[in-house]
Write a protein that binds this ligand. Structure first.
Ligand code: PNS
Length: 163
């Protein structure tokens, strides 16, 4: 059974992530969306459970997608879960250097290959960090994220981020 691993912070999941997950799900028997527990970036806006709940809701129509958490090395998680391939979306050339470096490191650590999927052009400018920034200052993110995520962002910035 060909299993793809789609890792990320998903803070929060965007329409760009969803587009990649939907397209990957057409090519693999099973897709594991792996949410990193402790992103190296600044503190998360959403807790792990919130990020997982949003992902589960927006991928609920895809029968071969499951959501998991991981900490530590991605390739260790891949081995434990029987994933043969890591899949990453590439938005622009600016993503490429770092993604290539990670893909080669992961390959040398484990033999697990990374496939890159070109992001659909309408999402090439989209990132979770920009979505957070636009939403923080009251901008309209309804075309950038699924409705459930837009509602959570709205709520989060009304109530203030978690301590
Ligand atoms: O959504 P992000 O923040 O760009 O995702 C980055 C992620 C989680 C894919 C990356 O940081 C990762 O794979 N972290 C796990 C730690 C690891 O395996 N590091 C070595 C990679 S070369």
């Amino acid at each position: 059974m060909a299993t793809a691993l789609v890792p990320g912070s998903f803070d929060p999941v965007t329409n760009g992530h969803l587009d990649v997950i939907e397209r990957v799900a057409r090519f693999f028997d099973r897709v594991i969306v792996a949410v990193i527990r402790n992103p190296q970036k600044a503190a998360s806006l959403f807790t792990l459970e919130e990020r997982e709940a949003m992902l589960a809701e927006v991928t609920g129509h895809l029968g071969n997608v499951q959501i998991e958490f991981f900490a530590g090395l991605l390739v260790d998680f891949a081995r434990i879960h029987g994933a043969d391939t890591i899949v990453k979306g590439l938005r622009a050339v600016t993503d490429f250097d770092y993604e290539l470096q990670m893909a080669q490191m992961n390959q040398s650590l484990s033999g697990i290959d990374t496939f890159f999927l070109a992001t659909s052009p309408q999402y090439s400018f989209l990132s979770s960090s920009l979505v957070r920034e636009v939403a923080r200052y009251g901008g309209d993110v309804s075309s950038l994220v699924p409705p459930v995520v837009a509602a959570r962002l709205d709520q989060r910035f009304k109530e203030g981020p978690p301590a």
